[in-house]
Design a protein around this ligand. Structure first.
Ligand SMILES: [Zn+2]
Length: 157
């Protein structure tokens, strides 16, 4: 099934200029992008059978959120062509925030490198790497807090 959709998602990620950086003439994918690709490819590589299939509870379609490790109503989930992406709006909002923090640190690291301050660059790069490890770790996410934050932002806007 959905082989083309998967490929489309993957090539969209690969073709997005924001997802790669060039160092000494070599193009690299950013670590968080690799994680993103894994997220796209992983569930489907198990023969398309999800261990947490979507279900209907009291007439509401529920999908599993891998960051909060629980079922959430479809209206709270990020959907693509009628299919759940596997995470909710609140968790991806937090994901994006951490991700931009990583990008900022990486940019700072590159800046230090151009100033030949490799020690500082290394510290910043390590910091970015450590954050990158938390990015897809469900322990980073908290259902109550993330939704509170997400709803708070929505009412401010
Ligand atoms: Zn969630």
């Amino acid at each position: 099934m959905a082989k083309n959709t998967t490929w489309e998602e993957v090539s969209n990620v690969l073709n997005n200029e924001d997802n790669s950086f060039t160092h000494k003439g070599v193009k690299y994918l950013k670590p968080e992008v690799v994680a993103q690709l894994e997220a796209i490819l992983k569930p489907k590589s198990k023969g398309g059978v999800s261990t947490n299939p979507s279900k209907i509870v009291d007439g509401v379609t529920m999908h599993y959120c891998r960051f909060h490790e629980r079922y959430e109503a479809e209206c709270d989930m990020v959907m693509s062509q009628g299919k759940s992406k596997g995470y909710c709006k609140a968790s991806i909002s937090k994901w994006n925030k951490i991700n931009s923090q990583i990008k900022r640190l990486e940019a700072q690291a590159v800046g230090e490198m151009t100033r030949d301050d490799f020690d500082k660059a290394k510290v910043l790069a390590e910091e970015a790497k450590a954050l990158g490890l938390t990015l897809n770790d469900s322990a980073t996410y908290n259902y109550e807090e993330d939704w509170k934050l997400f709803n708070g932002q929505a009412s401010e806007a």
